[in-house]
Structure formats: C-alpha cells, structure tokens
Design a protein around this ligand. Structure first.
Ligand code: ADP
Ligand code: MG
Length: 286
C-alpha cells in the first residue's frame, strides 16, 4: 500500500532500501532552466505510469509558461489550474482525462490568469489529489520565483532533469540546493537528450557534481518532437523508440515493477505473426 505524504523531512536513505518506492507518490519534475525536457518527461512518465495500471495524475505547475495542455491538445478547457489557484473553481472542475487513463490538471496560458493564481494554494490542491491517486507528477517551472519553489517543497521527492552540458548541470545543482533549503528532497536526476556511447562517463560526472543518483538516461530522439507535433505522448505514439523505452524503464522503476520490454515485444510479434498467417495463408489451409 502506498503511503501518504511521507517522510518529507527525512532523508531518503531512511526509506527501506527494498520498498522506498512504495512510500512515494508525489514527484516534482524540476530543473534549473527551461528547455531541458521537464514537460516531456512529466507527460511521458505520467502516461507510462498510467499504462502500467497506476492511478496517475499530472499537474502542470508551470503556471507562467504552461505547456502540458498544449502538447496534449487541452488548450481550450474551461477550467485550469489558474482558476483553481485563484480560488474560483474546485479542484475536481479542472481534472481532465488524458492518454491511457492519465488524469491531467492543465494550467492556463493567459497572463492575467497567471497573475491571479496563488502558488501557495498548490499545497491544498496537492492534499486533495493525494487522496485520489497512486502517483502525482508535477511539471515544475524553471527558476527560483515562488511558483517555482513551492513544487520543490511540497513533493515527496524531486527529480531533476538535466542535459549533458555544464550550464545545465550547474543550474540543476542550484535547484538541488534550493530544494534542500526549502525542506524538500531530491531523489535523483534524469539525464535527457544524451547522445549514445557516452552514457557511463556522463552519469558518473553528473552524480559526482550533483551528489544525487542518476535514475535514468533518455537519448536525444527525433521522435520526441514528432510525437509532440501529433499532440501525443511519445510512449503512446512511438512506444518502441529509444526515448520511449528509457522513460518506460524509469516509470517501471518508480512503480517498483520489472521493465517488460521483451515481453511487450514478444506479445506484439505474436500478434503480427498471427495476423500475417491469416493474411497469407494458402488457399488449401483455409
Ligand atoms: P522544458 O519543459 O524543460 O522547458 P520541454 O519538455 O518543453 O522542456 O522540451 C524542450 C524541447 O526539447 C522540446 O522541443 C522537446 O520536444 C525537446 N526535447 C525534449 N526531450 C527531448 C529528447 N529526448 N530528444 C529530442 N528532443 C527533446
Ligand atoms: Mg515545460
């Protein structure tokens, strides 16, 4: 059974080594600066968890530069996190059905909506959603203003998304320090947009600089943009693409289940084989 808002003040080393993931349900996806892949990771990690049968919510807390709604084709919904954080609507009014049964709380894109939204109310939204879900993924804004800091403080665990560049790593380090200062905790780092071959070296360097574990490496993959253009998560549109596989592996780890790439592939091959057998069966066999 999943815990409630647990062990927030404690260090993650105090989780039982074997079942820490059972205790954690609220993850904030953060980085120092924009463009590292937070929204991509949030949407796809959320969808991958939903695909695993987990009751998963995704909240777009990037209330200034909201992207989740745009990428999932929810830009015209009547109630967004803006209205909820402005006290105009209830949380339940702003929850929408996303891919694979993922529940999505998009944010609005108007400047006025942003100005009226009170980031402190995120805590109330969180305590409501926590009751309903197994996982809540929060897409956080970049930067150190209040709307950026609250998601770092309220999550059970923060996951940093960094690119394999010095400036990105330095910015992530600042975010890690900020998270510590506000009483949050960083679970680990996802290195995004990695070119093959250098995985090992990059992971070791990043772990050394940030002092946190690398929990996943996502390759640079042109399918990410293609899927976004089609307004679909890559784990749905191109589930076998390199970035999809990497994200699905991270989701499996967070959910505490074995990553079943081989089984999924075998099932798909089985279907294709059966299909072609029916199509190309000789007349005499029919
Ligand atoms: P953030 O939310 O941190 O600002 P986004 O998720 O919006 O970042 O990603 C920024 C840009 O990088 C987008 O155009 C996205 O399609 C692209 N992108 C993200 N991850 C990858 C990847 N693994 N491979 C290729 N392009 C990526
Ligand atoms: Mg974003």
């Amino acid at each position: 059974m999943r815990g409630k808002k647990v062990l927030k003040e404690k260090n993650s080393t105090e989780y039982n080594r074997d079942d820490w993931y059972l205790m954690v349900k609220v993850y904030t996806i953060a980085s120092g600066k924009g463009g590292t892949g937070k929204t991509t990771v949030s949407i796809n990690l959320g969808t991958a968890l939903a695909k695993l049968g987990k009751e998963t919510y995704l909240m777009d807390a990037d209330i200034g530069m909201a992207n989740v709604g745009l990428i999932l084709g929810m830009q015209d919904v009547p109630v967004t996190l803006h209205e909820i954080l402005a006290g105009k609507n209830k949380i339940d009014d702003g929850i929408y059905k996303g891919p694979e049964g993922l529940k999505v709380i998009p944010s609005g894109i108007s400047l006025q909506g942003f100005q009226q939204a009170d980031p402190d109310k995120i805590r109330d939204v969180l305590s409501e959603i926590e009751k309903k879900c197994e996982f809540l993924i929060i897409d956080a804004p970049a930067g150190i203003s209040k709307d950026g800091v609250v998601p770092l403080a309220v999550a059970n665990e923060v996951i940093l998304v960094v690119n394999p560049e010095l400036s990105s790593i330095v910015d992530a380090l600042k975010t890690k320090i900020l998270t510590d200062v506000v009483g949050g905790h960083v679970l680990g780092t996802i290195v995004n947009r990695v070119n093959q071959d250098k995985n090992e070296i990059i992971s070791k360097k990043i772990e050394k600089v940030l002092g946190v574990k690398v929990i996943g490496i996502i390759p640079d993959d042109a399918n990410v943009r293609r899927a976004a253009a089609a307004r679909m998560p890559i784990v749905v549109k191109y589930p076998d693409s390199p970035a999809s596989k990497a994200i699905q592996k991270i989701a499996s780890d967070l959910a505490g289940v074995a990553y079943k790439e081989e089984e999924i592939k075998a099932r798909r091959e089985g279907f294709i084989e059966r299909f072609s057998r029916v199509l190309f069966r000789k007349k005499s066999e029919k």
